[in-house]
Write a protein that binds this ligand. Structure first.
Ligand code: ZN
Length: 364
């Protein structure tokens, strides 16, 4: 697995010729530049933001000045999403429809251009290097059928890093024949890594454990993975839902694998933040997204290390940029540098949502 793949990727993107490693100053200078470009883009091309930002200073001198700008809410995205568009409809290559809470409200629609989708593939290409290398074969348990859907973009990212993949789609694990089929795929195709949602992956792990425990020659000794005949699952990436720690521990126990976590939502362009080798919290995609943690009651930033609501601004999106979008998710910044050596900030595990909004499960 590559060392600090995201830092190297961002350095390349910033293109500071002569710099051997990324620094926080370089990254923040880049973020400010991209933030001002985004504000100019939306003020000029989006009907919604032209009106919303008309009385605000959109030429920021520092990242902190973003606090003066108004938030964008999920309700606004739901009701006025189309007015947020910055490009003609013909330039949109993918629309993701998300059901909002309850079944009666109108759905949210998120629009992407080809270029926006390329940013996601590029992120998956580099972010996945935290957990796989070209020797791996990754089973993709996210929706794969729609071109440009999350599974498809992930498959493209994995291809770029030279890794094989099996795009399976979302597994309906309540059906035992699905579990049988997945067991066969894992064993026969030499799957070594898996990307999926927590409860589905756990069901697969429990099934494989039970299946192999019935084979007398596979009985394991204490401290060893239960499965010895099936190919080794080295890494798992869990996404889409709240991920309980005991679920991660159980996966480690069954497969002897390392469990990485991803936090993201469609509004972020699918990818948001991913664990590094330290496996505590996750590093955000800070070159494409500017994150803030705010007090949901006052809208003011919380002191570092305290929990609040995650707010983000897209820095590089063209079709439907979002400015200070309130996610409804709660987390905090883990104080201090990460032991992995990255200059990227570290978000702590996102707390469980009362109402699930914007998860992959809701996308088609
Ligand atoms: Zn780290």
């Amino acid at each position: 697995m590559a060392k600090l793949p995201l830092d190297k990727w961002i350095l390349k993107r910033i293109d500071k010729s002569g710099s051997s490693s990324l620094t926080r100053d370089m990254l923040e200078e880049y973020q400010l530049k991209k933030l001002n470009e985004t504000l100019a883009h939306v003020a000029q091309n989006s009907r919604f933001y032209r009106e919303k930002l008309k009385d605000f200073n959109c030429n920021l001198k520092s990242l902190d000045e973003i606090r003066e700008l108004p938030f964008t809410t999920m309700e606004e995205l739901t009701l006025r999403g189309k007015e947020m568009l910055c490009v003609p409809g013909g330039d949109i290559s993918r629309i993701v429809t998300l059901n909002t809470s309850g079944s009666t409200g109108p759905p949210k629609r998120i629009y992407f251009t080809e270029e926006d989708q390329e940013l996601t593939v590029d992120y998956f290409h580099h972010g996945m290097q935290n957990l796989v290398d070209p020797s791996d074969n990754a089973l993709i348990l996210l929706p794969c059928s729609a071109p440009g859907g999350v599974g498809d973009l992930l498959k493209r990212g994995l291809e770029r890093l030279g890794c094989r993949s099996v795009p399976y789609g979302f597994p309906h694990v309540s059906d035992e024949s699905v579990l049988e089929e997945l067991f066969k795929i894992i064993t026969e195709q030499g799957v070594t890594s898996m990307v999926g949602s927590p409860h589905e992956v756990l069901s697969i792990a429990e099934f494989t454990a039970e299946k192999t425990s019935k084979m007398p020659e596979t009985l394991s000794s204490p401290g060893q993975p239960l499965i010895t005949r099936t190919p080794q699952i080295r890494t798992v990436l869990l996404s889409t839902d709240y991920i309980p720690d005991d679920l991660c521990r159980r996966l480690e126990e069954i497969w002897g694998c390392r469990v990485f976590e991803h936090y993201g939502m469609t509004e972020m362009g699918l990818g948001g933040a991913v664990s590094c080798e330290v496996l505590i919290g996750y590093h955000p995609r800070e070159n494409d997204l500017y994150f803030e943690i705010i007090d949901p009651a006052t809208g003011q930033p919380v002191p570092e290390g305290e929990y609040g609501e995650i707010v983000f601004t897209t820095l590089t999106r063209k079709g439907m940029p979002l400015v200070r979008y309130r996610t409804g998710d709660r987390s905090r910044w883990i104080p201090g540098p990460c032991p992995c050596g990255s200059v990227l900030k570290r978000l702590d595990k996102v707390l469980p949502r009362n109402v699930k909004k914007g998860s992959y499960n809701r996308s088609r």
